[in-house]
Design a protein around this ligand. Structure first.
Ligand SMILES: NC(=O)c1ccc[n+]([C@@H]2O[C@H](COP(=O)([O-])OP(=O)(O)OC[C@H]3O[C@@H](n4cnc5c(N)ncnc54)[C@H](OP(=O)(O)O)[C@@H]3O)[C@@H](O)[C@H]2O)c1
Length: 165
């Protein structure tokens, strides 16, 4: 079923890969980006794409994006190397109440592992099942996220480690 998806980090490697795949599947996208010039023309000019230029600190732009009609939120935002502070975390703290207020049905925040889960073993998250690994291709991540946009996934509310293993 075509969904309307709000995307953070759409100008990054993973975000661009996701946008191309999601558009091929007929989804509608709203992108909050601070550097619109980084978006490939095929994405920026697609009739199913709305680009909102703004930063993660701009509460009014966050509200505009969250209230533009999407029902699914996906963040591919990641800090550039050597960056300081918690810009992404701060943005999540701002956007999540807006997602709840707008009755979003699913929110997925992609990032390199940094949160513990109750199922974690000493040396890894969700590992010990024999099906974990350290390598994750962006195409693989995009495939997983696209198939996860449902409300009955067993991963809702969990913190899975995703790998290509
Ligand atoms: N094996 C793994 O663990 C693995 C593999 C792949 C990806 N990942 C994770 O997946 C996420 C995406 O990876 P990626 O390689 O696609 O990252 P990337 O190419 O560095 O892209 C990062 C995105 O975040 C945006 N961004 C960063 N800081 C921002 C800020 N303060 N305000 C607004 N936008 C901001 C960037 O916007 P600009 O373009 O404007 O800078 C860009 O769109 C990251 O969290 C990464 O850690 C993990």
């Amino acid at each position: 079923m075509p969904e309307h998806i709000l995307i953070f980090g759409a100008t990054g490697l993973s975000g661009i890969e996701f946008c191309f795949s999601a558009l091929q599947q007929g989804h509608q996208l709203t992108l909050l980006v601070r550097s619109p010039h980084k978006l490939p023309r095929e994405i920026a000019s697609n009739v199913n794409v709305t680009v909102i230029e703004g930063t993660f600190e701009d509460v009014k732009k966050l509200e505009q994006a969250a209230g533009a009609g999407p029902q699914i939120f996906i963040s591919f935002a990641g800090p550039p190397g050597m960056s300081k502070g918690t810009h992404i975390t701060n943005a999540m703290k701002l956007i999540f109440p807006m997602l709840v207020a707008n009755k979003y049905k699913r929110a997925m925040v992609l990032g390199t592992c940094s949160y513990p889960a109750p199922q974690d073993k000493v040396n890894a998250t969700y590992t010990g099942y024999g099906d974990d690994g350290l390598f994750l291709s962006r195409k693989g991540m995009v495939r997983w996220v696209l198939q996860e946009m449902c409300e009955d996934s067993p991963w809702v509310g969990k913190a899975p480690a995703i790998s290509n293993h």
